[in-house]
Design a protein around this ligand. Sequence first.
Ligand SMILES: Cc1cc2nc3c(=O)[nH]c(=O)nc-3n(C[C@H](O)[C@H](O)[C@H](O)COP(=O)(O)OP(=O)(O)OC[C@H]3O[C@@H](n4cnc5c(N)ncnc54)[C@H](O)[C@@H]3O)c2cc1C
Length: 292
Amino acid sequence: MNDFKYIRPTSLEQALAFLAQTDGEVRPLAGGTDLIPQIREGRKAPAWVMDIKSIPELNRLEFDVNGALHLGAAVPCADIIASDEVGKRFDLLRQTASLIGGMQIRNRASVGGNICNGAPSADTAPALLCLGASVHVATQKGMRKSPVDDFFRGPGETRLSSRELLVEIEIPPAPPRSAGCYLRMTPREEMDIAIVGVASYVVLAARGKRCKEARISLGAVAPTPIRAKKAEALLSGKTLEAGLIEEASRLAAGEASPITDIRGSADYRRHLVEVLTRRTLTACLQSLRVEM
Ligand SMILES: Cc1cc2nc3c(=O)[nH]c(=O)nc-3n(C[C@H](O)[C@H](O)[C@H](O)COP(=O)(O)OP(=O)(O)OC[C@H]3O[C@@H](n4cnc5c(N)ncnc54)[C@H](O)[C@@H]3O)c2cc1C
């Protein structure tokens, strides 16, 4: 393991000043559950590791007056799972946070680290895409807010520059009659990464089975997590029936561009997208107590 120097700023200002000063030589460390193995394996060799867990803004887990969730980038998954309010309002986020690693990993691992690591298989990414989340990113010059849809660039890459720090993830208030579900396929039952992950999110009209809006996001089947926009468009505004869900699931599979590797062939992954899309959409309707 390469040597590195360690710093633990206690304010956002200190952290941003350090990032500006050391341009590119420093890696932020939230839980370290991705970063430390990568340094150990020689895949990353930063001169500095900057522990961001003592920065107050990055440890926020609060709802604002409108009901939006402000989730600090370093909040561990265990805190998200323990929050009844998150479970009540954003069960989809709780579902994905619950899947990451085992208990020891979840006590350290953050959602911020999960998306900053840029893995196409990151379990929280499809949920954040479905929930319409935004990221708040800071440099010494100020803060910018952008949709999480624009955050990912490629395998292991995000749009963050070396001077930027992800401060928080904001999730807009959950609309009435909305529900989400995330399912993934892992070759092993526990402690494994997804070969396909699918999140679906359905918002129904005030009455009946008409779908006001549907969002479907796919993980591990493209260079970045993606939205299956053709499948979403098919469902939006329509009454949700089994046949329509089947058709949307087939469309979602067509929107995936998976690779073949040792963990699964591209065809197998596309098939899984179809199956998991159907199951997640059906689960959303079951949560909303809608019969098909
Ligand atoms: C045994 C094991 C099991 C795992 N299981 C899963 C799983 O089931 N699903 C899954 O998706 N992942 C899994 N992981 C991977 C990892 O735990 C998650 O991706 C986790 O959410 C990473 O969070 P972290 O806080 O530990 O990130 P860190 O390791 O601290 O950081 C990850 C990357 O993001 C950067 N970074 C972190 N925070 C910021 C920030 N605020 N601003 C800018 N850059 C930042 C770091 O520099 C680093 O490059 C597993 C890992 C292990 C070791």
